[in-house]
Ligand binder design. Structure first.
Ligand SMILES: *[C@@H]1O[C@H](CO)[C@@H](O)[C@H](O)[C@H]1NC(C)=O
Ligand SMILES: *[C@@H]1O[C@H](CO)[C@@H](O)[C@H](O)[C@H]1NC(C)=O
Ligand SMILES: *[C@@H]1O[C@H](CO)[C@@H](O)[C@H](O)[C@H]1NC(C)=O
Ligand SMILES: *[C@@H]1O[C@H](CO)[C@@H](O)[C@H](O)[C@H]1NC(C)=O
Length: 203
């Protein structure tokens, strides 16, 4: 009973316009983390597991299944935050930043990916902030209008509890993908090991 009431209010919020760009289509709503707290979401994360409906994306990840480090930073009063990925390119640790806009829906974000010429809606589906975060990303490519779904599991450390991984698999299946397709990233690259690690890596 309580759940139904919550869902209705979430739906109403989800169809409201986003703050960034009025040309953004109201994509179908996905529930986000309850009592979303942006400041708790900020900081360093490791990308541990990922799955996408895009064959190109999956190919790229399979070729290089390393745990990538991401840093989220929010400046108070700004309606956006930066996401900086540290990626190993030709033996050099390269940082790539993008600005991601907040929307009227807590836990829902928007940005435009120039490289793919795609509008990207993302949702923080589930997080306890201190340990894990599950993100759903929907990219609408232009002009084809093709939609790509990406589901990502982030962790504060380079490992995650089996129960969290099970929840992630359930989320992936919920979005119509097979949990067998999930790429669980195991190796750490020099980019990650060159940076401070808060917990020892379990092998
Ligand atoms: C969000 O989390 C921060 C840090 O834990 C806390 O200071 C703040 O009060 C929280 N904000 C809300 C709206 O709960
Ligand atoms: C980030 O948000 C601030 C304030 O809302 C805005 O002035 C700025 O242009 C935004 N940056 C980008 C890159 O969208
Ligand atoms: C990185 O390596 C690729 C493939 O080996 C090469 O095509 C590219 O020019 C290199 N880039 C740099 C900046 O060295
Ligand atoms: C869009 O998706 C269709 C069906 O999967 C595919 O045939 C087409 O090549 C895609 N277009 C682009 C530009 O990726």
């Amino acid at each position: 009973m309580h759940k139904a009431v919550t869902l209705v209010s979430v739906l109403v919020l989800g169809w409201s316009w986003t703050l960034q760009g009025d040309n953004v289509l109201p994509t179908p709503l996905y529930p986000t983390q309850e009592n979303f707290n942006l400041s708790r979401m900020m900081g360093k994360w490791y990308e541990l597991a990922v799955v996408s409906t895009s064959p190109h994306y999956m190919e790229r990840k399979r070729e290089n299944p390393v745990i990538a480090a991401t840093e989220l930073q929010h400046v108070a009063s700004e309606n956006n935050f930066t996401k900086t990925d540290s990626i190993l390119r030709n033996g050099t640790c390269t940082q790539m930043s993008k600005v991601i806009g907040l929307t009227n829906t807590p836990g829902r974000f928007f940005h435009h990916e120039t490289r793919l010429s795609a509008d990207v809606d993302s949702f923080l589906v589930d997080s306890n902030y201190d340990e894990y975060a599950m993100m759903l990303q929907l990219s609408t490519e232009k002009p084809s209008g093709n939609l790509t779904t990406v589901v990502t599991l982030y962790s504060r450390t380079m490992d995650v509890r089996p129960a969290v991984l099970d929840d992630f698999k359930t989320l992936v299946k919920h979005h119509g993908m097979s949990d067998d397709a999930i790429i669980i990233q195991k190796n750490k690259d020099d980019c990650v090991s060159g940076e401070q690690v808060t917990k020892p890596i379990t092998t």
